[in-house]
Design a protein around this ligand. Structure first.
Ligand code: MG
Ligand code: MG
Length: 282
């Protein structure tokens, strides 16, 4: 059976720029709508409008059995939440995952937003910290990709970053990293080989070299790592009810360096604290 190489040509990498930017635009369109009184279905509609207006299509809708443009996961939900008539409330921690397919190539990215709540400043502070730790671990993983020999180096960097953040203020325990869900290669399909683990593994993983494109997506809890799938068959929630956060970017490795396809600045701002400068695709 023909097996497509996980390494793309320079022309194929260039073809992934536009779907990455469309994915970023969809999330930026959704972000300001994440506020009290808005339903998660309204977020979904805004993402879909943005993607269609750019001549692309939702790749989430191409996933068997899934009929929406985003996944939206609130509070103890970590990933794969289904948009619904649920109304967002002050203090909610909301993760939005979205992807666009354009001209046969895919982008995939996720953000977490904490809605302000003047009456519960401590809750908001803890949730913002969880989101910050999760986002930081994603950038640590992306930064590691710039010099990694194998993808296992990325997982190790993500886990090390999270461990270094110390215990969660909620549980007094280290942050939890989801083990059952991992990052992935991306290209003609949203989900391709190889897997990108968010923790150390004995397996060094795929070789990192020009042409590799991966979605790096740590899923972190402010408590235990155990999750279950809700009765809707999609939503992944924590067993202990602790909050979850999810951040994701699609990143290309090329001859000149790395470039974050789903960030308009190529990841410059997020990578700066790690001393890594992204290099545009030639
Ligand atoms: Mg995603
Ligand atoms: Mg993904």
């Amino acid at each position: 059976m023909f097996r497509r190489s996980i390494y793309k040509t320079p022309a194929q990498l260039r073809a992934m720029v536009e779907p990455g930017l469309i994915t970023a635009a969809a999330l930026e369109a959704v972000r300001p709508l994440i506020r009290p009184g808005v339903t998660t279905l309204e977020l979904d509609a805004e993402a879909n409008r943005t993607i269609l207006a750019r001549g692309a299509e939702s790749n989430f809708q191409l996933v068997r059995g899934y009929h929406h443009t985003i996944c939206v996961s609130v509070n103890e939900e970590v990933v794969h939440g289904i948009p619904s008539s649920r109304v967002l409330e002050p203090g909610d921690i909301v993760s939005v995952d979205c992807g666009a397919q354009f001209d046969g190539w895919n982008g995939d990215s996720a953000i977490t937003v904490v809605i302000p709540d003047a009456e519960r400043p401590d809750l908001v502070r803890r949730r913002e910290e969880l989101s910050r730790v999760t986002e930081g671990s994603m950038w640590a993983g992306i930064a590691a990709l710039a010099t990694a020999a194998h993808l296992g180096d990325v997982g190790a960097a993500i886990e090390e970053y999270i461990e270094a953040q110390g215990p969660s203020e909620v549980s007094g325990e280290p942050y939890g990293i989801l083990r059952e869900y991992v990052g992935h290669g991306i290209g003609r399909k949203m989900h391709e080989a190889p897997s990108v683990f968010n923790y150390r593994t004995p397996d060094p993983g795929a070789e990192v070299k020009p042409g590799l494109v991966v979605a790096i997506e740590p899923m972190v809890t402010a408590g235990g790592e155990a999750t279950f799938v809700e009765d809707d068959d999609w939503t992944v929630s924590t067993v202990d009810g602790s909050d979850g956060s999810h951040w994701e970017h699609s990143v290309a490795v090329h001859a000149g360096g790395i470039w974050v396809l789903t960030a308009p600045d190529g990841g410059a701002a997020g990578l700066a604290p790690f001393g890594v400068t992204p290099v545009p695709l030639a």
